[in-house]
Design a protein around this ligand. Structure first.
Ligand SMILES: *Cc1c(COP(=O)(O)O)cnc(C)c1O
Length: 418
């Protein structure tokens, strides 16, 4: 459930008309709903309060400080993949003791920074990484708390570009090869081995892959304990999908049920790293139609947002529901339209042959479910300034990221002295 809806034929975010925001901040812009984000966090985390699990929001899904601060105030932690994300999480008010540091390519500088902040846990993904982390920790007189990210070789049955838990991907260490890495880590003076972590992919729409992965990890935890390791944390990752279009991913309650069933009596501090499921449907992208261009076979609706603002459709062929901000008369018949951006790439397409009531130049369209992997993956490709981001809370709204100006865009580069 989200708080974007029509009132008298006008599309609203909570109690604010999107036409009003468009007039004030221009287009395109992202719009986030505080009530939706709050609701999603509460629904998700409520299933785990009885077992005291940590919910660490995957910052890369949307790293706007306003989003992070809203979650921080609800008691949420953070799953980060870079020093920049640690800095954002802390600036937003997330406690370092609720921060998990994931990722295959942590640098020594990033490790040093994370150690200085005393974060909860590093999820380590290779032998060279654990050796470097040890060196950095020893040089700082610290001990790094680690879990090793294992790769359970489970097909998450999602898009290939967001599958991470199969043995062909760069992520984690195959369970079969993980025991030697635990033994190595245990010998290192700067390392405190505390747990196991797993994350098999994103936008999962079935429970079975989660179940398989959790079951394999559980067996592995038992094995580690038999070998004498103290395993006190178990990080089960993120990846729960959201309904973008036709697909009906499992709801958090059945996901929680599986997680609890597979970890019953394990005696670990459980950690979850949801990203998309918290923010995906809490955000939309609003764009204005520039032209309607009719060719022999197609109706092209050219909008002022493009693949640099929301790359999911061109990168993953992802579906976003597209709705008019001012509902046209019901008598207007839907026809097949192609919604495209101005970027000079054939792949700059938001929707192909979508059945819609043909909009006119100047109309506003809203791309739903754009809160996750939208703004955070945006770029300035084609020298297009980064768009504004707005957050709504009841009848109030505020700009939470200003539209980039052309001065800012141009001031990034330097002409060399020669
Ligand atoms: C991206 C990522 C997540 C979040 O994935 P969602 O699909 O957004 O829930 C969690 N953990 C790790 C390690 C990730 O890389």
């Amino acid at each position: 459930m989200d708080h974007f809806s029509y009132r008298d034929g006008r599309y609203y975010a909570e109690d604010v008309s999107l036409e009003t925001i468009a007039q004030a901040v221009g287009t395109p812009f992202y719009c986030y709903s505080t009530a939706t984000l709050t609701r999603h966090y509460k629904v998700f985390s409520a299933h785990f309060t009885d077992i005291g699990a940590k919910v660490c929001y995957a910052v890369k899904a949307n790293s706007n400080l306003a989003i992070l601060n809203t979650l921080a105030k609800l008691g949420c932690g953070a799953d980060v993949v870079s020093e920049g994300e640690i800095r954002l999480a802390i600036a937003a008010g997330i406690k370092p003791s609720d921060i998990v540091f994931s990722g295959v390519g942590k640098t020594a500088t990033e490790m040093a920074y994370a150690l200085e902040q005393d974060i909860f846990q590093f999820n380590v993904e290779s032998a060279p990484e654990v050796e470097l982390l040890n060196q950095v920790a020893v040089s700082k007189g610290k001990k790094a708390n680690i879990a090793i990210r294992v790769n359970p070789d489970v097909d998450p049955k999602t898009h290939a570009k967001i599958s991470t838990g199969m043995k062909e991907t760069k992520f984690g260490v195959a369970i079969a090869h993980a025991l030697p890495l635990y033994k190595l880590a245990a010998k290192l003076a700067g390392i405190n081995v505390q747990g196991v972590s797993v994350h098999i992919g994103s936008q999962l729409t079935q429970l079975e892959p989660f179940q398989q992965a959790f079951a394999r990890v559980r067996i592995f935890v038992d094995e580690l304990r038999k070998e004498g390791f103290t395993i006190s944390t178990l990080d089960l990752g993120g990846g729960l999908g959201i309904p973008y279009g036709e697909d009906e991913p499992p709801l958090p309650d059945s996901y929680a049920e599986i997680a609890k069933q597979e970890t019953k009596g394990i005696g670990c501090q459980l950690v979850f790293e949801p990203g998309r499921v918290l923010v995906g449907n809490a955000g939309i992208l609003v764009s204005r139609v520039i032209y309607v261009k009719k060719s022999e076979t197609r109706n092209f609706v050219i909008v002022d947002a493009a693949m640099n603002d929301l790359i999911r459709p061109s990168l993953y062929g992802a579906y976003h529901h597209i709705v008019p901000v001012v509902a046209p008369a019901a008598s207007v018949k839907p026809e097949a339209v192609d919604i495209v951006g101005p970027v000079c790439e054939t792949g700059d397409i938001f929707a192909e042959q979508r059945m819609l009531q043909l909009p006119e130049a100047g109309d506003l369209l809203a791309f739903r479910s754009a809160g996750a992997y939208g703004a955070s993956m945006s770029s300035t490709y084609n020298a297009r300034p980064l768009v504004a981001e707005v957050m709504v809370n009841g009848s109030k709204y505020e700009v939470v990221r200003k539209r980039q100006t052309y001065d800012e865009l141009l001031s990034r580069d330097y002409i060399p002295s020669w």
